[in-house]
Write a protein that binds this ligand. Structure first.
Ligand code: NAI
Length: 255
């Protein structure tokens, strides 16, 4: 069977990914700050905002993996520094430590967001950040250069995830490992109430009215697992929106 490490697997989209991975027949290792209380998986407690905690968690991971699904994230109601630490710096630190353990044919999937859809407008800034390998240097850069409002920092953190995914995908490919991203739109999980607080007033309700519903964790989970599976073996460096067509419609002015 396949062995997959999954961050954020205790709740929301990550919990749905956990279920889908089990159905797919994988052995699942959940890395989260919260115990999912699921006897079918191995649980490793980690605080992804803390590089020491990440290293400690890595020491408990299997030495060989088939996949890594980076799902954990925090909303823009948190401080810009915490948003950058969890959503980008922690994701990247974990991935860079773990990627050499992923067997050829395996994959990394990063959950970004449609909030990162404007990443192409910030190529220079993102290139500056993403090419910094050292955690403390990247943290210092983030504190100095990431947006000062939580909601803007959230967008920037997701743009960084998208840029990193694309930037890293080719060197991963040369080792037989793919790296892709999934961009959910508004999805009915606990984080939505935070988004309603941190994002432009009415934006989340507007998306629901426009599309007739929010996304469900079950809409997103199969796409994450599809990108881990060899059936998607020629998809690399891509980002797949799971947003009911919201970004597509906005981009061409149909919405
Ligand atoms: P959630 O709040 O339901 O789940 C987040 C999970 O991440 C929880 O299990 C939590 O314990 C874990 N987590 C948070 N901070 C952590 C830390 N410091 N260390 C370890 N684990 C930590 O949120 P949801 O909706 O499932 O979000 C999952 C991902 O999807 C996030 O990256 C989020 O930014 C992204 N996303 C969510 C959208 C939505 O509307 N729900 C839309 C677009 C992206």
């Amino acid at each position: 069977g396949k062995t997959v490490a999954l961050t954020g697997g205790a709740a929301g989209i990550g919990a749905a990914v956990r279920e889908t991975l089990l159905t797919w027949g994988a052995e699942v290792v959940v890395l989260d700050r919260t115990d999912p209380q699921d006897e079918r998986v191995k649980f490793i407690a980690v605080d992804l905002s803390d590089p020491d905690s990440i290293e400690n968690a890595i020491a408990q991971l299997p030495t060989e993996l088939d996949g890594l699904a980076n799902v954990a994230g925090v909303p823009g109601t948190q401080s810009p520094e915490l948003v950058m630490r969890v959503n980008y710096l922690g994701l990247r630190a974990l991935t860079e430590h773990v990627i050499d353990r992923i067997r050829s044919g395996g994959a990394v999937v990063n959950v970004a967001s449609i909030a990162g859809a404007s990443w192409m407008l910030h190529l220079e800034k993102l290139a500056e950040l993403v090419t910094i390998e050292d955690y403390d240097t990247a943290l210092k850069w983030s504190v100095a250069n990431a947006p000062a409002r939580g909601a803007d920092a959230y967008e920037f953190s997701k743009e960084a995830v998208l840029y990193y995914t694309k930037w890293r995908s080719h060197s991963a490919w040369q080792k037989g490992v793919r790296m892709n991203a999934v961009c959910p739109g508004a999805t009915a999980t606990g984080i939505l109430e935070d988004f309603k607080e941190s994002m432009a007033p009415g934006a989340i309700d507007w998306s629901e009215q426009l599309l007739g519903r929010h996304g469900k964790p079950e809409d997103v989970a199969p796409i994450v697992v599809f990108l881990l599976d060899s059936v998607s073996g020629f998809i690399n460096g891509a980002d797949i929106p799971v947003d009911g067509g919201l970004v597509a419609g906005l981009t061409v002015g149909a919405i």
